[in-house]
Design a protein. Structure first.
Length: 346
């Protein structure tokens, strides 16, 4: 699929923003759509310059029906919102690829159905692309309000913040919850790996930077908000996914694995917590200078670390996950059919 170079057009000395496509994968998103709709329909960015592509990734609830209704409401407000579907490959990256190959925009902006972009988000994401050397822009991810212990823990640790991903020693990257890409940057790097289940954001950002001279920009003012995990089960799943991502990126790019804590290191951490940290918290709590969260930080750090180790240790990158989709390759359903034929022949 051919693509034109993104430009900011100068007309009467006025900078005209480029056409933008916002791409959002959705799986069983009925509960997320009302909040997402409110955020998308109240963006300050010119509605004539943007299209919103919402891709249903084989949902089993009423997502597809709600997307049609959302599209009609957006149209009445003069906003282009197009429902699409990716029913063949159960992967958010395959769904994003479906959006990419359908997009008309010069700048491709990604977020997720459970994210809540602030009104100025899109304008702040697009502005850095005035510099034609910029190929990637990551915005900031902040937490939605939460009162549970685990939400307050994650907020204090700034688990969602992009400042950690942009500081990666291999290359900076942005999470797809708040990421924008210049369309032409994908011509040499390829699109997302459609069968990858996690780590695809880092993989794409790294391939873009390695395949051309594109620069990476952190748009700190472009904010989306996301809810932290509120149960131990959700927190465990989140950190196991981080571990799997470590393992997959190690296989794909040779980056270092997250080191494992030895039993001695675990014992020292627990001993320090019991002997030094807990008594200190108890003393400070008498003058309201510490809370239960202060006492729980080390056990929760160890819980998250162990969950990440488990995810990394048991991760297995399937052969299909090495594949990269390109603009000129068949669409997802054709790729899926070809893979099935190959498997049957084998």
């Amino acid at each position: 699929m051919a693509s034109s170079a993104p430009t900011f057009n100068l007309t009467d000395d006025v900078m005209t923003p480029p056409q933008v496509s916002v791409i959002i994968p959705i799986y069983n998103g009925v509960g997320d759509l009302p909040g997402l709709e409110a955020c998308l329909l109240h963006q300050t960015f010119a509605s004539s310059q943007v299209e919103y592509l919402l891709i249903d990734n084989n949902s089993t609830d009423a997502t597809a029906k709600q997307l049609q209704a959302l599209s009609a409401r957006a149209q009445r407000q003069g906003i282009t919102l197009i429902p699409l579907s990716e029913p063949h490959i159960q992967s958010s990256y395959a769904a994003r690829n479906r959006g990419i190959v359908s997009a008309q925009g010069e700048i491709l902006v990604f977020t997720d159905a459970d994210c809540r972009p602030e009104p100025s988000w899109l304008a702040a994401m697009v502005q850095p692309f005035e510099d034609l050397k910029i190929g990637l822009v990551a915005g900031e991810i902040k937490a939605l309000p939460g009162d549970s212990l685990l939400e307050r823990y994650a907020d204090r640790k700034e688990i969602l913040s992009q400042k950690f991903t942009i500081a990666h020693p291999f290359h900076p990257y942005g999470q797809t919850a708040n990421l924008a890409v210049r369309r032409t940057a994908l011509e040499k790097s390829g699109l997302f790996r459609p069968y990858l289940t996690t780590g695809g954001d880092a993989d794409l950002c790294w391939r873009i930077q390695m395949s051309g001279n594109w620069q990476f920009y952190f748009a700190e003012a472009a904010v989306v908000r996301h809810r932290h995990r509120s149960t131990l089960r959700e927190l465990k799943g989140q950190w196991q996914r981080y571990g799997r991502s470590n393992a997959y990126l190690h296989e794909l790019h040779g980056v270092s694995l997250q080191p494992y804590l030895s039993r001695q290191q675990w014992s020292r951490r627990i001993a320090r917590w019991l002997v030094k940290e807990v008594p200190s918290v108890l003393v400070r709590s008498l003058t309201r200078q510490a809370t239960f969260l202060d006492a729980a930080m080390t056990p929760l750090d160890l819980f998250c670390g162990r969950s990440r180790e488990v995810g990394q240790r048991h991760a297995k990158l399937e052969l299909d996950a090495y594949q990269v989709e390109w603009f000129d390759t068949p669409c997802s359903d054709e790729v899926s059919e070809a893979l099935n034929i190959k498997t049957d022949s084998a």
